[in-house]
Structure formats: structure tokens, C-alpha cells
Design a protein around this ligand. Structure first.
Ligand SMILES: CC(C)(COP(=O)(O)OP(=O)(O)OC[C@H]1O[C@@H](n2cnc3c(N)ncnc32)[C@H](O)[C@@H]1OP(=O)(O)O)[C@@H](O)C(=O)NCCC(=O)NCCS
Length: 380
């Protein structure tokens, strides 16, 4: 029996895929043949079409996707009621995970895993996810939910259901870019979890709920909230160095927003988000978060170089200051990641259900053997 161990499944290829290519040494991210840097020109809906259908849409295909998504954009009353029942202090990722799971109960056919049904549920989730997150935040602020506006894009409706105000073109564009950059990333932890879950031929809601559960962790999507919490704790550019040194001095000390399993150079998404953050800082006059981020990278580069390592900013690093400058509270950053990643998760579920093989790796047993059973009263 082969007992080779690949801890964390590092370097293991579990299947083939047509969706995403990452060159971690060159810092390249490609969605279905298109470089991510070019795709920031596209709307999120265009990128969803690309991920789901293999190429960018024609105008007619784009309009069809938008119309399809609008059909199911309104949340079932029962799910809004469920969000209302959440205690005031409930973490938004707990609330989101629960609400997505609950959507299954309101679906007349939650279990079918034929392509048509999976696609129907995926489109509804694509439309509803931003509304869920917007509604969740409004309820947390003690405000009434806003009914989504069918004339707005997914990015626009997210901002609209969050604020209750028609968003500016500039804010919608920044949101679109953020959604495009976070849409897909190959066999990342949450996508792998979603695919593995679907590989039992369970339903889409279960697979997506599992994906959300995985995304929440601080080593994955939860890192963007971690970055903002750190920046808030640090408070000023002068305090950055101390914070980094103190954190690195702790056993297993990690600076959130740095490092990646696949990228050995700077994450290309971080490069794009850095430019967005720089522009927002200039336009808003609120440059503190961006300046602290630059200082953090400078100190990390220096400290990692001492260890002969390169641990570079990832997607979560500059997204934190971008979201801050858009006015979102820190604990909403990971739910926003989920709003974007639903498109990638769904693209992978289409692939998984279309050519399924149960995901079932092994563990090498190292526990005791040959013990003898004794009835409970005879045990020492
Ligand atoms: C993403 C992450 C989990 C990848 O981990 P991985 O591929 O398992 O790599 P490792 O955890 O083995 O890290 C390799 C080395 O780099 C160091 N390192 C990696 N990321 C680091 C970070 N953010 N801060 C400090 N050191 C880091 C580790 O300490 C380790 O050094 P060591 O071998 O001397 O112990 C890791 O980089 C991390 O914890 N980052 C912070 C969380 C984060 O931003 N997650 C979002 C990812 S998009």
C-alpha cells in the first residue's frame, strides 16, 4: 500500500478542469484563456458567463443571463425572517451560511443534480447572494431590507440593497472589479470542499453551504477581515513595524493577507487591487489604510528576506483597504468574497456533476493496533 503523504494535499492533482489556470511562479491567473488583468475591463456578469459557458458573452447572451438572474433575485420571506431572528451579535458568515442552507427548504426541486436544475439553482444563487449579504447588513444596522432593483447589475444591486441608495457608476465599477477578481481561483480550499461535497451527488445548496463554511476560515476568505482587524489594531503607519515584528515573533505568527499556497510571487490580483486602493485613497483623501498597507509590505519583505523567503501580498491584502474606503464594516469582507466566489463555485459544480467521481482520499493510520475489548466495568 502506498503510504506517501501529501500534507494539505500540497501539489496533488485531483482531476482535470477547463476553468482556471494559475502560474504561481510567474504570477499569472487565467480564467478560461483570458488573463485576469484584461478581465477587469469586463462586468461581473460577463465573467460569470465566461466561467459558466466557456467564453465571453455576445450582447444577446449577456442580456439573457441578466434577465435570467433577475427572475429569482427576491429572497423568500422565510429566509428574510430567518435573518431577522439572528441574534444581534451573530457573525455575518454564520448568518450567510445558515441562510444559503435554508434556501434549499424554499426550493421546489433542491436535490436534482441534472445540468438544467443545477444551472437554475446557480443562477438564483448568483442573483440572491448579494441581496442576502445586503439584507443581512441592513438588518444588523436595525434598518429594513431594500427590495432589489431589477434594472441594476449584480454589483449595483449589492450596493443598493446594502445602502438603500442608487449607487454611483464609480462605486459600481470598483465593486465589479472586486467581484471579477474574487470570482474564481482553481482548486482553492472552498472550491475543493464544494466539489468534494458535490461528488457524493448531494445537492447544490449543500455543496455551496460547505464552500461558504470553508471560505470563512482565516487562512482562506476570512483573511480579508483579518487584514482590516490588524490595520485597525495598528492604527497608524508608525506602529506597523512593531506589529509585524511582534506577530512574527510569536509561535506560528502570521500576518494576514500575505503568503499563498500557489503564488510564489505577488498575487496578480493584489497588483490590481493595489492600484484601485491607491486611486480610492487619492480621491477620498482617506489614505491611512493604504499607506499602512504599503509599510506592512515593506517590513514583511525585509523580515522574510532575512529568512531567505518571499511571502508576498495576496488578494485579501489590498481588498481590505478597498472595502474600507467603500464604507463596508470589516466583518462583511468575507461575505463579499462569497458573493463573488459563488460564480467560481458554480462553474466547478457544473464540471463535477457532469463527470463525477466520488472524492475519497485516504489517511495513513498511525494509531494503536491489536487491543482487546473489555466490558465497561472491567476497564481500569
Ligand atoms: C495562505 C497560507 C495558509 C499558505 O500556507 P502554506 O502554503 O501552507 O505555506 P506555509 O504555511 O507552510 O508557509 C510557508 C512558510 O512561509 C511562512 N508564511 C507564510 N505565510 C505567512 C504569513 N502570512 N505570515 C508570516 N509567515 C508566513 C510560514 O511561516 C512558513 O515558514 P516556515 O516554513 O519557516 O514555518 C499562508 O501563507 C497563510 O497563513 N497566510 C495568511 C492567511 C492569508 O492571508 N490567507 C489568504 C490566502 S489567499
Amino acid at each position: 500500500m502506498d503510504e506517501t503523504i501529501y500534507r494539505g494535499l500540497n501539489g496533488v492533482n485531483v482531476d482535470t478542469s477547463q476553468i482556471c489556470f494559475i502560474d504561481g511562479d510567474k504570477g499569472e491567473l487565467i480564467y478560461r484563456g483570458y488573463d485576469i488583468r484584461e478581465l477587469t475591463e469586463a462586468s461581473y456578469e460577463e465573467v460569470v458567463h465566461l466561467l459558466w459557458n466557456g467564453d465571453l458573452p455576445t450582447r444577446a447572451e449577456l442580456e439573457a443571463l441578466r434577465a435570467e438572474a433577475q427572475e429569482d433575485v427576491v429572497l423568500p420571506d422565510g429566509v428574510v425572517d430567518l435573518l431577522r431572528c439572528m441574534p444581534a451579535g451573530a457573525g455575518p458568515m454564520h448568518a450567510l451560511r445558515t441562510a444559503v442552507s435554508a434556501l434549499a427548504a424554499f426550493d421546489p426541486n433542491p436535490d436534482g443534480v441534472d445540468h438544467e436544475n443545477v444551472r437554475r439553482i446557480g443562477t438564483a444563487l448568483l442573483a440572491r447572494m448579494p441581496v442576502l449579504v445586503g439584507t443581512l447588513q441592513r438588518l444588523r444596522e436595525g434598518k429594513e431590507p431594500v427590495v432589489p432593483n431589477p434594472d441594476l447589475s449584480i454589483a449595483g444591486n449589492f450596493l443598493y440593497t446594502l445602502t438603500g441608495e442608487e449607487p454611483s457608476e464609480a462605486a459600481t465599477k470598483v465593486m465589479d472589479v472586486a467581484l471579477v477578481l474574487h470570482a474564481e481561483h482553481g482548486s482553492n480550499a472552498s472550491t475543493f470542499v464544494a466539489r468534494s461535497t458535490a461528488s457524493t451527488l448531494t445537492d447544490v445548496y449543500s455543496a455551496i453551504t460547505a464552500g461558504i463554511a470553508s471560505l470563512k476560515g482565516p487562512l482562506h476568505g476570512g483573511a480579508n477581515t483579518g487584514v482590516m482587524n490588524a490595520l485597525e489594531e495598528i492604527g497608524s503607519v508608525e506602529n506597523v513595524e512593531r506589529y509585524v515584528l511582534d506577530t512574527l515573533a510569536k509561535p506560528n505568527g502570521r500576518i494576514m493577507g500575505f503568503g499563498h499556497r500557489v503564488y510564489k510571487v505577488r498575487d496578480p490580483r493584489a497588483n490590481i487591487l493595489e492600484h484601485v486602493a491607491e486611486r480610492l485613497a487619492r480621491e477620498s483623501g482617506e489614505s491611512k489604510w493604504f499607506e499602512m498597507s504599503l509599510e506592512m509590505e515593506r517590513v514583511m519583505d525585509r523580515e522574510m528576506a532575512k529568512k531567505g523567503r518571499e511571502v508576498k501580498p495576496n488578494v485579501d491584502f489590498f481588498s481590505a483597504s478597498v472595502y474600507r474606503m467603500l464604507g463596508f464594516p470589516a466583518d462583511m469582507y468575507t461575505p463579499i468574497f462569497a458573493v463573488a466566489r459563488i460564480s467560481g463555485w458554480m462553474a466547478h459544480l457544473f464540471e463535477q456533476y457532469a463527470d463525477n467521481r466520488l472524492v475519497r482520499p485516504r489517511l495513513v493510520y498511525e494509531g494503536p493496533r491489536g487491543k482487546t475489548f473489555a466490558p465497561v466495568d472491567q476497564r481500569a
